[in-house]
Design a protein around this ligand. Structure first.
Ligand SMILES: Nc1ncnc2c1ncn2[C@@H]1O[C@H](COP(=O)(O)OP(=O)(O)OP(=O)(O)O)[C@@H](O)[C@H]1O
Ligand SMILES: [Mg+2]
Length: 204
């Protein structure tokens, strides 16, 4: 973790940190991953944590809402001591958003079911309100049309996707980029992320 760089890209607006981490240490067995991390994040501030794979970025973030139990150190969020026994950590977690590195979807649930689950069970929204919010979120990322599709049919592991593309390419006797027809949502991602690839075929 000591190799990670913390880059602040926004000016301070307030003096009191929203998140204040002090002397945070985390070991997995004999491997010490976090060796005394100090970090302050102010309200409205945007902080990027950059470092090589395995340097402890995810571990640090997971410690910040105690999805990972720190070995020692202090974590204050909005003035509340997250390490204190008396703190309702689940209540605090409702205020700390987290996007997981891997998809972490429930494969047996639909896309809409996945995005509305926490709204219904944690925030206690009504089914109708959760659906409205969930559909808006799916629409924002171009997945409204997949709302009722099981997530395991939408998200495929990269290796499986590569195998499918290779098979499709072999069948058609052409290169995989021009022959594969991933679902529309994945094509729109490709168009944004891989313009050189997308330009080789017209949008759907
Ligand atoms: N639950 C665990 N048990 C044992 N070791 C773990 C556990 N979680 C993480 N580690 C180890 O801690 C180290 C830091 O892992 P971490 O996932 O935080 O790295 P990272 O910086 O997020 O890497 P990446 O850029 O690949 O996501 C790695 O050596 C990893 O193997
Ligand atoms: Mg990580």
């Amino acid at each position: 973790m000591h190799r990670c760089a913390l880059h602040r890209v926004r000016d301070k607006r307030y003096d009191l940190p929203l998140l204040h981490v002090r002397a945070l240490r985390k070991s997995f067995g004999t491997t010490e991953v976090l060796r005394g991390i100090d970090l302050k994040v102010l309200p409205q501030e945007l902080v990027f944590i950059i470092g090589p794979s395995g340097s402890g970025k995810s571990t640090l973030l997971r410690c910040c809402n105690r999805l990972e139990e720190p070995t020692s150190g202090a974590i204050m969020f909005d003035g509340v001591d997250l390490m204190a026994r008396a703190t309702d950590i689940n209540a605090m977690r409702r205020r700390i958003g987290m996007v997981f590195q891997s998809f972490n979807l429930y494969p047996h649930m639909t896309a809409l079911g996945n995005v509305t689950l926490a709204l219904r069970k944690v925030v206690r929204k009504s089914r109708a309100d959760a659906k409205t919010l969930g559909m808006a979120a799916l629409d924002r990322v171009g997945l409204a049309g997949k709302a009722k599709v099981l997530s395991r049919r939408i998200v495929r592991r990269p290796a499986a996707a590569r195998r499918d593309r290779a098979r499709a390419g072999a069948r058609a006797g052409r290169n995989c980029c021009s022959t594969s027809r991933p679902p529309r949502s994945i094509r729109s991602w490709s168009a944004r992320c891989l313009p050189s690839c997308a330009s080789s075929r017209p949008p759907a």
